[in-house]
Write a protein that binds this ligand. Structure first.
Ligand code: DGJ
Length: 732
């Protein structure tokens, strides 16, 4: 049993394979958090807590004589509001009389087999209810009909606990929620640092590790999308934690909109994490009998470093988050025309690129932005999802037929959530955009945002894209989103409901993409938001891969993909070989190095292969053939980062190991070659110590134990950004 209840002590204990999580409904019905960390069977962690009278930390009403009893110092599972806990709250509720108040007490729990769903929201699933369990704990406010149902999903084998909250109004008057986090956890002891993933357009998810000061650290997005700037995934780690040693906790919301993870180190050194949707511009009307569901958050803990934590998230995403059949199925090697043509193309120009690509082994052709409406540049056309016959005479079919003759499949780019003012859709439906009354809107890339909270907008978009998919043989969709949200206001909602819009927008996106992905399960969907502006576990529920960044420079991509891999597996990262000098940086790297980097994602090309010399074409042919040989290992293997963050300046090394240890692919790119430099040495991971491995290129033989303990020393490198791939195959 992975969830245990001891009725005498009123302890609720959750076990995963290597972790334990414990809470306690105390004699006053406060739900205390007792422990989260390495597995400890049979423990009763109540002994850890000691109460003392602390100045300016007050006492609950019935305990005012016990000055040592304070919510302000009590580790909690989910906070109330305005009731004496002065740390970051999980919730803010305003009652019809204007009072800000919630004093939650334990009112019971239930334990169920299997995972749980959250209406309208992505949630971790388990195809076999034997493999997971759910605990639901109910907390009730002492003086109102407000309650919270706390969900805990235990994925024992994955070492992951999911959390979410359902907030219920059983009263007769509306309650306003001004904050509704998914989860709160208090770590009373320990010295923790925060590792978070910040960035910008073209440089997403850069790890930044900072010590916690006695303050609130907040990782957040108010951009209406999870954002290039602050990924919702955060880690708390001990100061000595490295890739393969040390404690760390991960917190990963399945959410693609405004988010906030607050980490507070309080005046006693206790650390609180509150995570979920952002409370900025949020005010939810919880009417009588209504329920509000927060997004789910994946909690995970590792006692043996970041790599193990990453593996836990990678497996969770692989088996319990991504619903697409493409998680298991081989992904086609694709070519995308964006960096080759931008919007300046015709059927013939595209087929010309495709002919050369097919000849070299590419399997799927993706037509990017510019195929619809009056779309010649980014000032017009968004919203008009009809083929531009000036560029594509006769529509899509001549192109698709031409590709079929080449043995290629066809994919297409869409940006459903956006609209240009210069479009037929805007002329017909100006009320469909997000825009505050009597104010000019903010433009970004000269486009506006459709009100995805509206059913009629979603139905229109559904008809456009379901129609497209029904009518044509389309194997792949790239779902883009190229601006942040501002002027968030819906014409379809009354003034008092405008504070619901940031949440409703994302639910609308999930609804539309959910309908399309359910109805067209054989289509491969790739998420995108100006590259990786919405790279999060919420989107991965719908799309098994996301375009990782608009920066295709191989050297920049090393950092982007390395940072992304802390939370998300390589099979989710869209990565392409593009032209050099690179269009974003002007840097030149070899085809080989570009291939090594792009192969650590979903692998494809984004250039006009006709412009290559014949020796470069030969290189591409070999590159694709090699990729197809190792593709299954890359897609299904275990990913290991082989360098620490502080070595990343000089080189980046990583490995894919087969789950059965039958082979491993080691990749190294040297970012900064130096004269007379120390040799680069790595230790391989995930091999069988008792097996012998042959290095494919040289046929040299090594024992697994030697490669994992003694490691491997690379020769001296020379030139700009050299790289190497070493494939070790089990010999016996
Ligand atoms: C942003 C994407 O990230 C690019 O790959 C490309 O699809 C453009 N949008 C098209 O507008």
């Amino acid at each position: 049993m992975s969830i245990l209840y001891s009725p005498g002590e009123r302890l609720l204990t959750l076990h995963t394979r290597h972790t334990t999580y414990q809470m306690h409904a105390d004699e006053h019905n406060f739900l205390r958090h007792l422990y989260y960390g390495a597995r400890a069977d049979g423990a009763d962690f109540r002994y850890l807590q000691r109460n003392y009278d602390r100045g300016f930390s007050g006492n609950p009403p019935e305990l005012h004589n016990d000055r040592a009893f304070s919510l302000d110092t009590m580790p909690q599972e989910y906070t109330g509001f305005n009731a004496g806990d002065f740390r970051v709250p999980a919730l803010c509720a305003v009652h019809a009389d204007g009072s800000y108040a919630a004093d939650f007490r334990y009112a019971g729990h239930e334990i169920r087999p299997g995972s749980y769903d959250l209406p309208g929201l992505p949630a971790a699933f388990d195809r076999d209810p034997e493999n997971s369990m759910t605990l639901i704990v109910t907390l009730r406010d002492t003086a109102s009909a407000l309650s919270v149902r706390l969900y805990y999903g235990v994925f024992e084998e994955r070492d992951v606990i999911t959390r979410a909250a359902e907030i219920v109004n059983d009263g007769e008057r509306t309650i306003f929620l001004e904050k509704a986090a998914s989860a709160c956890v208090d770590l009373s002891f320990g010295d923790w640092e925060l590792l978070h993933f910040h960035g910008r357009h073209c440089m997403e998810r850069q790890p930044q590790r900072v010590p916690l000061s006695n303050a609130v650290h907040s990782v957040e997005s108010r951009r209406g999308m999870s954002s290039h700037h602050h990924n919702p995934f955060t880690i708390l780690c001990a100061p000595d934690t490295r890739e393969y040693a040390g404690e760390c906790y991960g917190f990963m919301p399945l959410w693609s909109g405004n988010h906030k993870t607050e980490v507070e180190k309080d005046y006693l050194g206790s650390v609180r994490v509150v995570t979920g949707i952002h409370d900025s511009q949020f005010r939810w009307n919880l009417g009588p009998g209504e329920h509000f569901y927060t997004p789910q958050v994946l909690f995970s803990y590792s006692a043996s470093g970041f790599s193990a934590l990453s593996h836990q998230y990678h497996d969770m995403i692989r088996y319990h988050i991504c619903r697409s059949e493409y998680v298991q199925k081989r992904r086609p090697v694709l070519i995308n025309n964006w960096e080759a043509t931008f919007m300046n193309f015709t059927t013939e120009r595209l087929l010309n690129i495709a002919r050369q690509a097919a000849e070299l082994g590419v399997e799927l052709f993706v037509m990017d932005d510019g195929w619809f409406g009056a779309r010649d540049d980014d000032n017009a056309g968004l919203g008009d999802w009809v083929v531009n016959e000036r560029k594509l005479p006769g529509g899509l079919d001549p192109l698709i037929d031409g590709l079929k003759e080449l043995g290629m499949r066809f994919g297409i780019w869409i940006e459903p959530e956006m609209i240009n003012e210069d479009s037929d859709l805007y002329r017909a439906r100006p009320e469909w955009v997000l825009k505050a009354p009597n104010r000019p809107p903010m433009y970004c890339r000269n486009q506006l945002v459709l009100d995805m909270s509206r059913q009629d907008v979603r139905d229109y978009l559904y008809d456009c894209f379901a129609g497209l998919l029904r009518k044509h043989d389309i194997s792949y969709i790239k779902w883009d989103m190229n601006r942040c949200l501002a002027d968030v206001y819906s014409n379809a909602l009354p003034p008092e409901r405008q504070g619901e819009m940031t949440y409703r927008y994302v639910l609308g996106v999930y609804d539309l993409i959910g309908r399309l992905t359910r109805e067209f399960p054989h289509v491969l969907f790739e998420g995108c938001a100006g590259g990786g502006g919405r790279f999060d576990a919420g989107m991965l529920y719908y799309t098994p891969q996301i375009w990782c960044s608009d920066d295709t420079d191989a050297i920049e991509r090393l950092d982007i993909q390395h940072g992304t891999s802390f939370g998300y597996p390589p099979f989710t990262m869209g990565a392409h070989v593009s032209v050099c000098p690179n269009q974003q940086t002007g840097r030149s790297t070899t085809f080989y190095t570009r291939g090594v980097v792009a192969m650590s994602g979903t692998f494809g090309y984004e250039l006009d292969l006709n412009r290559l010399s014949s020796s470069e074409k030969d290189e591409v042919r070999l590159q694709i053939a090699y990729f197809k040989k190792v593709q299954s290992l890359i897609q299904n293997g275990v990913y290991y980062r082989l360098n620490e963050l502080d070595e990343q300046e000089r080189y980046c090394a990583w490995e894919f190991a087969a789950p059965d240890a039958s082979e491993a692919l080691v990749n190294l790119v040297v970012k900064h070659v130096q004269a007379n430099a120390p040799l680069i040495h790595i230790r391989l991971r995930g091999l069988d110590p008792d097996a012998t491995y042959t290095l494919e290129d040289t046929q040299e033989r090594y024992s697994g134990a030697a490669l994992m303990n003694g490691g491997y020393t690379f020769p001296m490198f020379w030139g700009d950004y050299p790289s190497v791939q070493l494939r070790f195959l089990r010999a016996d």
